[in-house]
Design a protein around this ligand. Sequence first.
Ligand SMILES: [Zn+2]
Length: 176
Amino acid sequence: MNAVTVKDVYENALLPHQLHAQLSEREGQLLTNEITALLSDSYCIDDTTLKFISPFYTLSDYKTLNLVRNSRGRCAYPLCDKFLNGGSVTAEFSGSMLGFCSGLHYDCNNYILNQLSDDPPIYLRERIHMVSRFDFANMRKQTYQVELFEDYLKKKATEYDMDTINIELDKFRMSY
Ligand SMILES: [Zn+2]
């Protein structure tokens, strides 16, 4: 399957839910499940796509996405196109280093997990699914949208030298 784009998410997951601004609990879950299905055997084509889907994930649903990807033998990080050397990873080890192609993607994924919450649930995140909200030409940060570890590293790289970045990384790793 081709890499998942913002347009894919828009057409497959959001477009069916444009009739009302308030999702039902079931619709909210359907929407998230649809994105998870897209990413179960594929990956986000770019960081914009990963940021774009993040408001549609609670912490629990994102962990499910990680697990589904691992069960297919894929690196749990949704922005990664790599398969795991050891084949599929079960629920027991999903979320551990075994579920990732590299330490970097383990960190990237934890950086996202740290920003997600189960509260509020998707259906109470008012209007997040309404496409009229999106400015596709200028993807500004949306409510509930996560920041990526890659961006954090880029920002740090312009502020500090590599030694400082490594110290910061160690501090970050100890925080989870
Ligand atoms: Zn990876």
